[in-house]
Design a protein around this ligand. Structure first.
Ligand code: PEP
Ligand code: MG
Length: 892
């Protein structure tokens, strides 16, 4: 195998092998854009290293050959004393990963070559500053020295000289600082800073490999569901310098606004600086448009390149560039991250421009982004004048409205969030160490850094609300407080509200209002030419998704109100009405009577009392979903769920006893609770078992359903009812229930003189049901996969307990990347779904197949259900647009 590729040898489709950065550097090189020459070491080499603990033996020679070629091209040798070639070593995985080692610049500098660089650049200060940066970056990222030690030494040097910024340190100061830094390295790393340039390079390459398995990188991959075995590539690139004076600089640019999607000139520029200064948000940048004034030639060239890139990639590109003494160099490009709103706008704009078609536009957005757009926003009316007070404004870095208690470090954020509090992480700037805190927080607020600072980039990636660079706010992490202009102080634990769409920061809690996208789905806003561009974009993409998707989308809804909302959101029926939800509230007493009944008469009376309530609910539900299928599931949970808690009731009875005030009813209740108590209620008397054991229960429900359907018919309606039996494990259970149900239905049809055409089917939520689905289909008009219980019973995980107990450990150990209750476990639970679907269809080719577990609204799972060939997914009303979109994407 070939482990090293020159930039001229790769292309953008080789991301698996060359990583995103390497593939795109190659693509730009081959487009004829000004990329500093270099080469990429493949992810394959990294994988060998990670598996065997050593670089592949051939790597060293290959690197030597490519380095030779680079040296010939550049006319100088790596670290050569009088005329050194310097290189950067950068990590670059297939997916961009902020948790990984990023870059070591200026490799090749040493005590021997620093004078050579000074001569080359004609600038001694510059040479020492570059060397200082190398020792610092190398010490921190390659040798693992605490970065604060260097920062402190730098601060001290400035203080000793009485200056504010490092620009005011001269060559002598920096030379001394290099000595200091080397001392720190020697002390902390237990070895001297390496003077041999090739050793520097080899160690840096190895450090990039190692960083793939760094703690933060692993955390990030889990969070983003990136596989752990991809490995990273390493890019070795000849250095160009943005810090060679006022005619040099560095910046980032976007071909469109990553926040809004608007076309225009977006980006930040920092004169006389090296690339990492911008990304780290350390010094304040100027808007990219200023570059036109500073260096018109480079600006014009950059604009031209941006257009080339956008047309070539047919998407928003983000770019890192450097200007070295008036010469523009491209250091990186990639298809840029963007906010959810920008994703929809850009996809439709590109479709309008004819650069992509509608199917491609649909593939360019996703359900997670749509879900984000459905988040509420702050209520403007509740701000000021007695409402929440605005205390500052920063850059709108990642949209959304977040309210929470201010915390000033990552650990506190994690701790408080675990205790169930909502927190806002407030930092001066963030770095990869803040990752867990960012995950735990509702939102992130920083006082420094621009749209491309770490906080902004990472928050956008996570879909978290973020305001950055709120400079008027003074963040004091040591004293855990924030001071706003006018002396307003926010201490740890005080509530603040941040608006990631406007950048505004408020003291106190601002109430939130619904998003325009929700208003659109609700039908309160029309997608006509007056509508917001975002609403029109969503409308256009959703229309295409609906046109091409094969999966129907239904709702899980138990009452007319939810059903109506679901219908407005595009639901094509109800896939699950959980009738137990109709037994709660005031009716609980009636259920108690049923449970406590000691004679047939008492039980029948209790059932008769329940019947009209059930029927009334169904009439409303069928009306709300008139003309569309409604799947009503018969009672599922164990009966004791309707009774008081055993401990509470025991205490009540004991206290009453002690007072000599014995309550007969309580006593009977207590006996019933004891009688019905189960060690494993999830595996106990529930679902179809309950229907078989409690005489008359299911028939009462079937009667209520059939009568409600007959009423709707009489009223001119079009009820399409499906009766669903839960927790079936064998066809015999279903036969018993079906026979009785059919009798009741026939009786009502006779009495009312109608044909109701009720379908009767079953849930598949036990492994045995999935395995014997061929038999069960003999007796079922439809299957609905209850993937919540199917996951619970297939894994043997208690769905109510595991998330709080050992799942964190499982996730940390990477046993799975995401909870199987959230995203369908394709190989296990998914295989059962596939088997059962095939067996069901073999028995009954026209059997209808759906899913109504939580997975029905999960994007990745929706794709799986499409693939398996189900007819519909059913999910909570709010997730319906997401499911429609993903069903469309699955078919696109
Ligand atoms: C299921 O088990 O997936 C299901 C939909 O039923 P419930 O969640 O009510 O148990
Ligand atoms: Mg279930």
């Amino acid at each position: 195998t070939k482990f090293v590729y020159d930039f001229t040898e790769g292309n953008k489709d080789l991301k698996d092998l060359l990583g995103g950065k390497g593939a795109n550097l190659a693509e730009m090189t081959n487009l004829g854009l000004p990329v500093p020459p270099g080469f990429t070491i493949t992810t394959e080499a990294c994988k060998v290293y990670l598996e065997s603990g050593a670089e592949p033996p051939a790597l060293r020679d290959e690197v030597s050959a490519h380095l030779d070629a680079l040296e010939r091209k550049m006319g100088k040798k790596l670290g050569q004393a009088d005329n050194p070639l310097l290189v950067s070593v950068r990590s670059g995985a297939k997916f961009s990963m902020p948790g990984m080692m990023d870059t070591v610049l200026n490799i090749g500098l040493s005590d021997a070559s620093v004078a050579g660089l000074a001569a080359q650049a004609g600038d001694e200060r510059f040479a020492w500053d570059s060397y200082r940066r190398l020792v610092q970056m190398f010490g921190k990222t390659v040798l693992g020295v605490d970065g604060d030690l260097f920062e402190e030494a730098l601060e001290e040097a400035k203080r000793a000289k009485g200056v504010a910024t490092d620009v005011d340190l001269d060559a002598d100061d920096l030379e001394k600082l290099v000595e200091r830094f080397k001392g720190i390295v020697a002390k902390e790393a237990g070895r001297e800073f390496p003077q041999d340039p090739r050793e520097q390079m080899d160690l840096a390459i190895r450090a990039v490999f190692d960083s793939w398995n760094g703690e933060r990188a692993r955390l990030y991959r889990r969070q983003e569901r990136i596989p752990h075995d991809l490995g990273t590539a390493v890019n070795v690139c000849s250095m160009v310098f943005g810090n060679l004076g006022p005619d040099s600089g560095t910046g980032v640019a976007f071909t469109r606004d990553p926040a809004s999607g608007q076309q225009g000139v977006y980006g930040d520029y920092l004169a006389n600086a090296q690339g990492e200064d911008v990304v780290a948000g350390i010094r304040n940048t100027v808007p990219l448009s200023e570059l036109e004034r500073i260096d018109k030639t480079s600006y014009d060239q950059l604009m031209e390149i941006m257009e080339t890139l956008e047309n070539h990639y047919r998407d928003l590109c983000d770019i890192e560039f450097t200007i070295e003494r008036g010469k523009l160099w491209m250091l990186q490009t990639r298809v840029g991250k963007r906010t959810a709103a920008a994703a929809f706008r850009i996809a439709t704009q590109l479709a309008d421009q004819g650069l992509i078609d509608d199917a491609e536009a649909l593939r360019r957005v996703n359900g997670a982004q749509l879900a984000q757009l459905m988040f509420p926003r702050f209520d403007e009316n509740m701000i000021g004048d007695g409402g929440a007070e605005r205390i500052g404004k920063g850059i709108a870095a990642s949209p959304g409205a977040a309210v929470g208690r201010a915390v000033f470090d990552s650990a506190t954020a994690v701790k408080r969030a675990q205790e169930g509090e909502k927190v806002i992480l407030v930092r001066r700037e963030t770095n990869p160490d803040d990752l867990d805190g960012m995950i735990a927080a509702e939102g992130i607020l920083t006082s420094r850094g621009g749209k491309t600072s770490h906080a902004a980039v990472v928050a956008r990636g996570m879909g978290k609300t973020c305001v950055c660079g709120a400079e008027e706010l003074e963040v004091d992490t040591k004293r855990r407080r924030l001071t706003a202009p006018g002396g307003v102080v926010i201490s740890e634990g005080d509530v603040i509200s941040i608006d990631g769409s406007t950048g505004k920061v408020y003291r106190g809690e601002v109430p939130v209002v619904p998003s325009p996208v929700v208003e659109y789905f609700e039908g309160r806003i029309r997608a006509d030419e007056d509508a917001d561009e975002l609403v029109r974009a969503v409308d256009r993409i959703m229309t295409h998704a609906d046109r091409i998707r094969r999966l129907a989308v239904r709702a899980n809804a138990d009452n007319a109100e939810d059903a109506a909302r679901a219908r407005r959101f595009g639901a094509q029926g109800i896939g699950l009405c959980r009738t137990e939800h109709m037994f709660l509230g005031e009716r609980r007493e009636l259920v108690e009577r049923l449970i406590l009944a000691e004679t047939d008469d008492e039980r029948e009376a209790a059932l008769d009392a329940l019947l009209p309530f059930q029927k009334g609910d169904f009439v409303e539900l069928f009306e709300a979903m008139d003309g569309l299928p409604v799947t009503v599931r018969l009672l599922d949970p164990p009966l004791h769920e309707f009774l008081p808690d055993l401990t509470e009731l025991s205490v009540r009875v004991a206290l009453a006893d002690a007072r000599g005030e014995r309550d007969e009813n309580d006593l009977r209740l207590l006996q019933a609770v004891r009688r019905l108590h189960e060690q494993n209620p999830m595996l106990g008397l529930r679902g179809v078992r309950l229907g078989l054991v409690v005489p008359g229960l299911f028939t009462m429900q079937v009667r209520a359903i059939a009568e409600a359907a007959a009423d709707r018919r009489a009223a001119g309606g079009d009820p399409r009812v499906e009766i669903m039996i839960p927790l079936v494990g064998t066809v015999q259970e279903l036969e018993c229930v079906r026979e009785e149900a059919e009798k009741v239905v026939a009786e009502i049809e006779r009495a009312r003189g109608v044909e109701l055409e009720l379908a009767i089917g079953t849930m598949i939520e036990l492994p045995r049901a999935a395995v014997t689905a061929g038999q069960i289909a003999e007796c079922a008009d439809f299957f609905s996969f209850g993937t919540n219980d199917l996951t619970q019973t297939t894994w043997g995980f208690s769905r109510d307990d595991v998330e709080a107990s050992f799942f964190t450990t499982y996730l940390e150990k990477g046993i799975f990347g995401v909870s199987p209750f959230e995203t369908i476990d394709k190989e296990g639970v998914g295989a059962l779904v596939r088997t059962a679907a095939e067996a069901g269809r073999a028995t009954r080719p026209d059997i209808k197949l759906g899913v109504c577990g939580e997975h029905g609204g999960d994007p990745e799972s929706v794709h799986f259900f499409h693939e398996v060939g189900l007819d519909y997914v059913s999910c909570s009303p709010f997730r319906i647009p997401v499911a429609r979109l993903e069903a469309g994407r699955a078919a696109a």
